[in-house]
Design a protein around this ligand. Structure first.
Ligand code: FES
Ligand code: FE2
Length: 344
C-alpha cells in the first residue's frame, strides 16, 4: 500500500524528451514524454483497448499512437482517433497525471488529481540555487521503498556497512537527537572538536592538525523524502550555534518513489557550497555517494529476500527511534487515505 495523494519524483529532467519512457510508479504503468512546447506529460502506459504499452508506439506531435491497433490519445488521455471506425466510444481513454518540472526533477501526482497542489512539492531548491553545485544520479532498488528510507534515517550502520567509504566509527556512535514536528522528523548528530573525516578534510581544505565540529542532520518528509544536511567547520567557529560560514556544507538529497511493493526508484543528488568554480567536484561527490549507496542497495535487497520468506518477530532497539516513527507516519497516511476512499 502506498500514499497516493503526494508528489513523487518520476524522472530526472534530462531523462524525458521527445521519445517515450515507460516507468512503473506505485504499481501503475506510466509513459512520460515532452510535448512539442517542451512541457512534460504523463499518461497511463496501458491502452484502454487491449492493454498494449503506449510507450512502444509512436509520438506524433503531442499525440500518442498505440503500437497495436493505432488508437490515438491526446495529452489529456482522451482517445482522439480509432482507425477502424468513425465513432470514438466515450469510455476510450487512458489516465493522464498531473506533472510538474521543478528543481531538475519531473514530479508526478498519481492520486486524486483535484488534490494535486504544486505547493505540496517537497523543497529541493539547492539544485537550482546559484550558491550551490550538485551531482546527481538514479539507482533502481530491488526492495520495498521504506527499507531505503529507513536506511537513510539510520546512521548507526555506517561503521559496519561502509567501513571503506564513510568509515566514521566515532561519528556513528555519537549521541543523536530525534525531534518531530507534525509528520516531519529530524535526526541531529554532532561530533565536536575532532579530526575531520578524510573526505571533509579534502573538500573543506582544513589544514593538518585542525580539529572540526561535524554535523549530520537528517530531515524526513513524508512519504519518502530524506534530506541530509552534512558538513564540518573549524572547531569552535560557531557552526552548532548556526554560523556555518567558515565550514564546508553538503546536502544529500533523496527522493524515493515506489515502483512495486518490492522495488523502487531512487533519485539522489549531493549539493555542495564550496569550489563552485570547479565542475569536477560534481562528479567526485556523485561518485563518492554512489559508492556508499551501492553498499546500501546490496543490503536492502538481501533484507527483502529474507522478508519474502515470511514474517518473523524482530527486535527494535533504542537506535531505531527515527525510522520506527517514520513507518508509523507512512502507515497512518495510507490508512487515512484508504478510509477517505471508502467513505467517498
Ligand atoms: S491495444 Fe491499443 S489500439 Fe489495440
Ligand atoms: Fe548506508
Amino acid at each position: 500500500m502506498f500514499v497516493r495523494n503526494a508528489w513523487y519524483v518520476a524522472a530526472w529532467d534530462h531523462e524525458i524528451g521527445r521519445d517515450m519512457r515507460r516507468r512503473i510508479l506505485l504499481n501503475e504503468p506510466v509513459v512520460l514524454y515532452r510535448r512539442e512546447d517542451g512541457k512534460p506529460a504523463a499518461l497511463e502506459d496501458r491502452c484502454c483497448h487491449r492493454q498494449a504499452p503506449l510507450s512502444m508506439g509512436k509520438l506524433k506531435g503531442d499525440i500518442v499512437e498505440c503500437p497495436y491497433h493505432g488508437l490515438q490519445f491526446d495529452p489529456s488521455g482522451a482517445c482522439v482517433r480509432v482507425p477502424s471506425q468513425e465513432r470514438i466510444p466515450p469510455s476510450a481513454k487512458v489516465r493522464s497525471y498531473p506533472v510538474i518540472e521543478k528543481n531538475h526533477w519531473i514530479w508526478i501526482w498519481l492520486g486524486e488529481p483535484a488534490q494535486a497542489d504544486p505547493a505540496l512539492i517537497e523543497d529541493f531548491h539547492w539544485m537550482d540555487d546559484p550558491g550551490w553545485g550538485f551531482g546527481g544520479s538514479y539507482l533502481h532498488v530491488e526492495a520495498n521503498y521504506l527499507l531505503l528510507v529507513e536506511n537513510l534515517l539510520d546512521t548507526t550502520h555506517l561503521p559496519f556497512l561502509h567501513p571503506g567509504t564513510l568509515g566514521t566509527d566515532a561519528f556513528a556512535k555519537s549521541e543523536f537527537e530525534v525531534t518531530r514536528e507534525g509528520d516531519r522528523i529530524k535526526v541531529a548528530r554532532w561530533l565536536m572538536d575532532k579530526p575531520p573525516a578524510p573526505f571533509h578534510k579534502q573538500m573543506g581544505g582544513f589544514p593538518d592538525g585542525m580539529n572540526v565540529d561535524r554535523w549530520q542532520i537528517a530531515h524526513f518528509g513524508p512519504p519518502s523524502f530524506v534530506k541530509l544536511d552534512v558538513g564540518s567547520a573549524p572547531a569552535g567557529a560557531g557552526a552548532r550555534q548556526g554560523d556555518r560560514s567558515k565550514g564546508m556544507n553538503m546536502w544529500n538529497l533523496n527522493a524515493i518513489t515506489p515502483e512495486t511493493e518490492k522495488t523502487a526508484h531512487y533519485f539522489y543528488a549531493q549539493a555542495y557550497n564550496f569550489k563552485l568554480d570547479q565542475r569536477w567536484i560534481s562528479d567526485l561527490v556523485k561518485a563518492q555517494v554512489t559508492r556508499a549507496f551501492l553498499e546500501d542497495m546490496a543490503m536492502i535487497k538481501a533484507q527483502q529476500i529474507n522478508m519474502d520468506l515470511g514474517p518473523v518477530p524482530v527486535v527494535n532497539l533504542g537506535q531505531d527511534k527515527a525510522w520506527v516513527a517514520m513507518r508509523q507516519i507512512v502507515a497512518r497516511l495510507v490508512s487515512e487515505e484508504t478510509g477517505q476512499a471508502k467513505a467517498a
